[in-house]
Design a protein. Sequence first.
Lengths: 231, 64
Amino acid sequence: MAKRVLVVEDEPEIRDVLEDYLRKETYDAAGAGTVEAALAEIEQRPPDLVLLDIGLPDGSGFDVLRKTNELRRIPTIVLTTRSEEVDRIVGLELGADDYIAKPFSPREVIARIRALFRRLDAVAATAELPGAVHRVRDLEINEAAHEVRVQGKVIEVRPAEFRILALLARHAGQVLSRPQMLDLLHDDGSIFERTLDRHINHLRHKIEPNPETPTYLVTVYGVGYKLDPGT
Amino acid sequence: MDDRRAAMKKARHDLGNLLTIAQASVEGMLDGVAPVTEARLKRLREVLAQAGELVDDAMSQSSE
């Protein structure tokens, strides 16, 4: 079945072109020009992905993000003008998966949508396998065996460190904010926001070729952490 | 000062939208997603003229 993409954008001309491109790529496209219309559309026919403009006539696109996140997470790409730098960070904090700066090329938007779907499909596939093994360049995380290897050599990590690393590996390439990580870890209280940074630091000393300039566990300033899949 | 900052923010936002419309429209025509019509080209000219006006306004304000 075709994946459904909702375009939330108040400029009809931008919305129409994006919808045309989506349909050409055989996605099922829908459009909304206001916060209210977007929420109604999401409730009636939940999309697989939302393209979300921030400046809407009856509020901010973030309102849409906040309200839908209360129910369930829908993959979201935020559309923003370059002047709204802060908005990108807020968007990522709120759980947006990616952002695209205006003016953008519709072809780039399509490419990003495809990439996000690919990433989500990969995550869904590994989530279904309880004993998933994640491989990121020289790093291997075996969830069933509770084992971390660098270049095939087993590395000793603490339980909390393992949980953090496995979480980032499941979302490789995706930035996770600190609150988001704690949330996803279903934390029992053993990992706190401030100890998270320390765990990451310990992990870096164990897995990074050079812990001072990490290439695996990358800090995205003002947002959070990601495990960089590299090339 | 806050008024001016708000005005600048709005101008940047509007400019971003106008340029997105222009880019999306041209690309759509090039990619064969939307047919090339006189109406589309006229609209494109209008959008670019509006973007030009916004830039002119911003320049004259910042030089005041």
